[in-house]
Design a protein around this ligand. Sequence first.
Ligand SMILES: Cc1cc2nc3c(=O)[nH]c(=O)nc-3n(C[C@H](O)[C@H](O)[C@H](O)COP(=O)(O)O)c2cc1C
Length: 176
Amino acid sequence: MKIDMREFRNVLGQFATGIAIVTAAVDGNRLGATISSFNSVSLDPPLVLFSLASKSLGIAQWKAATALTIFILGEHQADLSNRFARAGADKWAEFGDRATSNGSPWLPGAIASFDCTPFAVYAGGDHEIFVCEVEAFSTAGSMAPPLIFHAGKYRNLKSLEAGKMPPDDNMWLHGW
Ligand SMILES: Cc1cc2nc3c(=O)[nH]c(=O)nc-3n(C[C@H](O)[C@H](O)[C@H](O)COP(=O)(O)O)c2cc1C
């Protein structure tokens, strides 16, 4: 079956995600990209993943990074998400040069962050899949409201009130 790419993207958009920005410093350059492809992979060792388009201007530098930090955005950070989604733009104008504990560029206001080292990079069609080992993390607390991306739009959770719970075993296995 020949897949219609536009429809494929639309249907993928039904899977609601959070939004993150990944940063790294490589050869004195600050890299940053908005990603919705962040996900957890493994608890032991602690691994996460994200994918970057092979045609990203910075792809060679991303692959050369020896440290990365992934910032999970809060509900008021849609503008920051847009800023780091513009190819080639000066994403860092107006930012100081504060760094995270692993030397990656720091961003303000995130609800959580993960300092990582690269673990593996896999080919994934027109993207590269980066698997990263988490060395340290911080959080603004489990009730800090996240920025959500769904059906091509930023959204906020209407309520942080919990609904039904998944079974305990699943909670543990998948790190929820
Ligand atoms: C909501 C949202 C989610 C995105 N998620 C991804 C992603 O998971 N992977 C990716 O390669 N690009 C993603 N992008 C686009 C990149 O942020 C953008 O292409 C990148 O910053 C360009 O970097 P460059 O200057 O190195 O080309 C996303 C953009 C938006 C607005």
